[in-house]
Design a binder for this molecule. Structure first.
Ligand code: HEM
Length: 446
């Protein structure tokens, strides 16, 4: 029996490296460099950065291999990474049976039957934040969407109305996100990182305070069904473990939605036809009052807009794993200990699967087109057993918030198109400005 021939995993030669370098400096982003390497080297290649050797995977076959078929050969947790240091024993950075137990405990906190309640909170939070917008003002979309997304996560999952103290927490939240955003620590993990301690302590204080308040109310009537905080307490976890899950959900659950909402508004404000279709749909489907889940299911074009936004600008554009043993994939062997990165961004922009991938075209997700799509080519929420626990929540949230915004405001572009910036999520650079105009339709009350 002949042994399969193993090939070395392609790594950039001088020509590919210089093309990647040019793309990096031209676009001021590593995304351009990764795209150049993908084009030169194919769906499996090495990223030989000093001190950070990794293998990049692109495309449906690689995604299925990493996230489903061979998932047990990989772990998530990277000791020493800022994400692990921040989230400690949080579900996102845990592996094995401990992760699976957490997932089982937490899933009911995002169950569909709670969504009717969630939709109301999403609607109210959008109104609360936008009540400060003046007609004709230019708003920083990223900041405003962050206020909305933060309010939604804290109210729906922790039963807290963060809006009263969002200004006091603002700096701490932004610092926390900066702490886990890519930086020199990627190639130099031991680099001193002063200036974060106070912000991280502030976040902990806020969450421990919520836990203490809830424990003090234990046994008191809390409504029909416990929220996520109630579920974590009922599971018998100690405060530290609960806090780790809350911080995970707060960061993973709001920074991603912030980016999605900001990109969606940015794109809609620059695509009149899509904006008009989405608005007409919202006007036809929703009445003057607050909607419920059934109304959301009627917003199919808005759903396409959200998916197309997630395709072009996946907030989590890169997922990371570590190989626990040598693992064979195609003609290659990924060595034990290697960092493996799966690029959602490159898969979503690969012209093998997406004609004219750079074009914003929500009709790609019309039912007649979507049904043809190959599995693992569209994965904004990851795939397999470690996919996003908040995927359904996030999509309903985006629909509710955008529907309410389209009901009440027109959005006009300010300046040219913005480039993506890699922070903890892929966000619009400089926050993206839009001008807001209040709509005075009789049918749409405040
Ligand atoms: C547009 C919004 C969102 C996007 C694009 C997104 C994307 C993702 C992706 C790609 C993963 C998998 C990462 C991997 O394979 O390593 C993930 C995991 C996760 N997400 Fe989200 N997410 C979003 C919203 C949310 C929300 C709203 C929550 C919580 C309410 C949340 C909580 C989590 C958690 C806890 C995990 C880890 C799950 C596990 O390891 O079992 N995400 N998300």
């Amino acid at each position: 029996m002949s042994k399969a021939v193993v090939h070395p995993i392609p790594r950039p030669d001088a020509a590919a490296a210089s093309r990647a370098g040019l793309a990096f400096f031209g676009e001021r982003s590593i995304l351009g460099a990764l795209a150049a390497l993908h084009q030169a080297l194919g769906d499996v290649f090495q990223l030989p950065l000093p001190g950070f050797s990794s293998v990049v995977l692109v495309g449906p076959e690689a995604n299925r291999f990493l996230l489903t078929e061979s998932r047990n050969q990989f772990v998530w947790r990277a000791e020493g990474d800022p994400v692990t240091r921040l989230l400690r024993e949080g579900i996102l950075v845990s592996d094995g049976a401990f992760h699976d137990d957490l997932r089982q405990i937490m899933t009911p906190g995002l169950h569909h039957r709670l969504f009717e309640r969630f939709v109301g909170a999403m609607w109210r939070t959008t109104d609360l934040v936008t009540s400060r917008w003046r007609d004709g003002a230019q708003i920083q979309v990223l900041d405003e969407m962050r206020r909305i997304a933060l309010g939604i996560v804290t109210e729906t999952l922790f039963g807290d109305d963060v809006s009263r103290q969002v200004d006091q927490l603002w700096r701490a939240i932004l610092q926390t996100i900066r702490y886990i955003s890519p930086g020199p620590w990627v190639i130099w993990p031991e680099i001193p990182r002063p200036g974060y301690g106070r912000a991280l302590r502030r976040m902990d204080e806020y969450l421990y305070h919520l836990i203490a308040q809830r424990r003090a109310r234990a046994g008191a009537q809390r409504g029909d069904e416990p929220d996520l905080l109630g579920i974590l307490i009922d599971a018998g976890m100690n405060d530290e473990l609960i806090k780790d899950q809350m911080l995970t959900m707060l960061i993973a659950g709001h920074d991603t939605s912030t980016a999605l909402l900001a990109w969606a508004l940015h794109l809609l404000s620059r695509h009149d036809e899509a904006m008009a279709r989405a608005r007409t749909e919202v006007e036809g489907a929703l009445g003057a009052g607050a909607p419920g889940m059934a109304d959301m299911q009627r917003l199919s074009y808005l759903d396409q807009v959200i998916k197309e936004t997630l395709r072009l600008y996946p907030p989590i554009h890169l997922g990371s794993r570590i190989a626990v043993a040598d693992v064979a994939f195609r003609e290659f062997v990924i060595p034990a200990g290697a960092r493996v990165l799966y690029s959602i961004y490159l898969t979503h922009r690969d012209k093998t699967y997406w004609p004219n991938p750079e074009v914003f075209d929500p009709d790609r997700f019309a039912p007649e087109n979507a049904s043809q799509r190959q599995a693992y080519t569209f994965l904004p929420f990851g795939a397999g057993p470690r996919n996003c626990i908040g995927a359904a929540f996030a999509q309903v949230e985006a629909k509710v918030v955008l529907a309410r915004l389209l009901q009440r405001f027109a959005f006009l572009p300010v300046g040219g198109p913005v480039k993506p910036r890699m922070r903890a999520t892929l966000e619009p650079n400089l926050g993206a400005l839009v001008e807001v105009r209040r709509l005075e339709h009789g049918a749409f009350g405040a």
